[in-house]
Design a protein. Structure first.
Length: 390
């Protein structure tokens, strides 16, 4: 059994045993669901909860006496892969934000291509353009937006590169035809179903080398995740889209403004939940979809009207915002206490998902490595799966 398989099995056992910790809807809870953790969690002020949320190691240390297995799984080292020697920005990269450029440079530092390159979900093809320059290989970039393809082709033309764009849908069946045996295929932060197709198409074509940094695990076709590997299928974890969002609930960048918006959004969602319970007469949580953040720049009454319309509820003639916001203040602490426990499982669940992908590739005859390709400050989605056919 490979090291990847050994750790995957340990994670499967841990996640199954403690599914009551992380497979929960915090907004649906009216009390803390763990009697053994209640004395610890109820002593935490909101300021302390926010501080622990920003410091996962301290959160783990606080809860470790009650969840000692969580400490054990942290000891499996995920290796650090190559980093770029420098992050100087050439003229053609001047429009790329600094963190994004660092991700591209670090990803490219791990690629040594001896075959033509396929760039999956390419945008303007910044990664493909850098690889074409550094690797001296022909690059084909797949992108669905015609405008981005035109901009990418123009940039490649100015540099005289052998870099062409294929304008098409990565989810369409014909996209599989872009994968060849003698090829290096790369995908930097391809979301959900897009990177699952990348893996399946690459393995089916016998593509020589694959390099993938996954993102947005919850953006899948079905309501529940279908594991790729045989070990994943045998693990018996039934993961909903809500579960798959858990690894993404981590803010590395954004600063004070992002924290304020998060506070407002959490409060308003809870205030609307209290309101809808009265309007419907149902004492159950009614989830709201994602919404444009500019909604948070108005007042709660406007937000409540929008939410009622989205959920088909009759809007109240008058709305005492202070009343509903006060109810939300009390529930916000409860949600944050539950999230503190759930968030202990962000990394274990993401590693489980990554290892499911890695083991699938091993089953297809690849030699696979998993590591981090860039710094945490650049992006929390910093894992790189590399697979080579012997």
């Amino acid at each position: 059994m490979s090291d990847l398989a050994t750790h995957f099995n340990r994670l499967s056992t841990l996640l199954a045993r403690h599914r009551g910790d992380w497979q929960r809807l915090p907004f649906a809870c009216r009390t803390l669901p763990w009697p053994e953790l209640t004395p610890v969690l109820e002593t935490l002020s909101e300021a302390k909860l926010d501080a622990l949320e920003a410091d996962p190691k301290s959160a783990l240390a606080l809860l470790a006496p009650h969840r000692p297995e969580m400490v054990a799984v942290q000891h499996w080292p995920v290796p650090e892969l190559h980093r770029a020697h420098d992050y100087a920005t050439p003229r053609w990269s001047s429009g790329i934000p600094g963190r994004k450029w660092a991700q591209i440079r670090d990803f490219a530092a791990n690629i040594s291509a001896t075959h033509p390159i396929l760039e999956w979900c390419a945008g303007k093809g910044h990664l493909g353009r850098l690889l074409s320059l550094e690797q001296q290989q022909a690059v084909t970039s797949l992108e669905w937006s015609a405008a981005l393809c035109q901009q990418g082709e123009a940039l490649a033309g100015k540099l005289g590169l052998d870099h062409r764009f294929h304008c098409g849908d990565a989810l369409a069946p014909e996209a599989a035809g872009l994968f060849k045996r003698q090829q290096q295929a790369v995908a930097l932060h391809a979301c959900g179903e897009l990177h699952l197709r990348f893996l399946r198409h690459g393995a089916a074509a016998g593509t020589q080398a694959l390099a993938l940094s996954p993102c947005c695990y919850h953006l899948i076709d079905g309501e529940h995740y279908a594991p790729l590997s045989a070990a994943g299928q045998q693990a018996g974890l039934r993961l909903s889209r809500h579960d798959l969002r858990l690894p993404l609930q981590q803010q590395v960048t954004g600063g004070e403004r992002v924290r304020r918006l998060r506070h407002t959004e959490l409060t308003w969602r809870l205030a609307f939940d209290e309101l809808q319970r009265e309007l419907t007469g149902e004492n159950s949580y009614l989830p709201l979809p994602a919404f444009p953040k500019q909604l948070l720049s108005g007042d709660f009454a406007a937000f409540a009207r929008w939410a009622c319309e989205k959920k088909g509820l009759a809007r109240p003639a008058s709305l005492n915002s202070e009343h509903w916001l006060a109810l939300a203040d009390a529930r916000r602490l409860l949600v944050k206490r539950i999230e503190l426990v759930r968030h202990l499982y962000r990394q274990p669940l993401e590693l489980w998902l990554l290892l499911d992908r890695a083991l699938y590739l091993e089953e297809q005859g690849y030699r696979v490595t998993l590591g981090t390709f860039t710094e945490q400050a650049n992006t929390p989605r910093r894992y790189l799966i590399q697979a080579h056919r012997p």
